[in-house]
Write a protein that binds this ligand. Structure first.
Ligand code: HH2
Length: 276
């Protein structure tokens, strides 16, 4: 079970997190849903397609992206949260900023998704100040603006990411956050080479062994483009294959752009599991 704000989610079957990017510059859908109305309509459409969670973002984290001011990000995210509050699913906010986290929680967010892994003590404090929001603790080296500029070096990428996440969880629990509020994420595409991303995907079971639900975010990413040779708008089939590889290795949450197709793929995968 995952405690997630107003909700308690069963982690027995995979959950689909639909992406709502209220940003002008996200890598695959930037600019399409900047207006709050468009983002809200997109979120409702994703729920109708079967999304179990919506992840609302007001700042792109694509490699090279520049950071936006707190006020600007809050102005992008809060109206969308308010408009989706009665959509019937938990609302996650994708942010690294403590001020945005606090504003989002005040506006009813159920989950905080921090690509910085709550390294900032103020971010951890913002989460700890809420009694029940879930936290997605993602691994990232450096920050989005610079993370792909220097080739990342790891000895054993799987062990290093696992140990880093385990340490973050220990610290967050010491800050008063119960273990049933935590989700781990290897941070595919964040300061990692294609080979490192695939090593992490292949060994998600090593993260799952820490005992927390695992989230995989690979939808339309360049790791899919690297092996299929496809541009970002033609990566659905590759993304679905990656999604099924992730759940086969223990991932519980999939962060995706293409909700309907992912829900169908998971339904078939789940039926196979039930038929064993
Ligand atoms: N990936 C992106 C953004 N946020 N959060 C988590 N927990 N895991 C991820 O893998 C992840 C994430 C990048 O994807 P997208 O939101 O489509 O693009 P952008 O960051 O450019 O808005």
């Amino acid at each position: 079970m995952l405690t997630c704000g107003r909700f308690t989610l069963s982690t027995d079957a995979p959950l689909v997190m639909g992406i709502v990017n209220a940003t002008p510059d996200s890598f695959s859908d930037g600019g399409r849903y900047v207006a709050a109305d468009a983002a809200i309509a997109h979120g409702l459409a994703l729920v109708a397609e079967g999304a179990h969670i919506l992840d609302i973002g007001g700042e792109s984290t694509r490699p090279g992206a520049h950071t936006v001011a707190d006020d600007e990000e809050i102005a992008r995210v809060v109206p969308v949260l308010e408009g989706l509050r009665d959509a019937g699913v938990p609302l996650s906010v994708d942010t690294r900023k403590p001020a945005v986290m606090r504003a989002a929680l005040a506006a009813g967010a159920d989950m905080l998704n921090d690509v910085g892994g709550f390294r900032d003590p103020q971010a951890a404090a913002a989460a700890a100040g809420h009694p029940s929001c879930a936290l997605v603790v993602m691994h990232m080296r450096g920050e989005p603006r610079t993370m792909q500029l220097e080739p990342p070096t790891y000895g054993d990428v799987v062990a290093e990411v696992r140990d880093w996440l385990a340490e973050r969880c220990t610290q967050l629990q010491a800050a008063g956050i119960a273990s049933d509020r935590l989700v781990l994420d290897p941070g595919l595409g964040f300061g990692k080479t294609v080979d490192q991303n695939f090593a992490l995907l292949a060994r998600l079971d090593a993260l799952r062994a820490l005992g927390y639900p695992v989230l995989a975010g690979l939808s339309r990413k360049s790791m899919i483009g690297a092996v299929t040779g496809r541009p970002v708008e033609a990566r659905l089939a590759g993304s679905l294959a990656g999604a099924l590889a992730a759940v086969s290795r223990g991932a519980t949450l999939l962060r995706v752009h293409d909700v309907a197709a992912t829900v169908d793929a998971l339904a078939v995968w789940h039926h196979v599991q039930l038929s064993l």
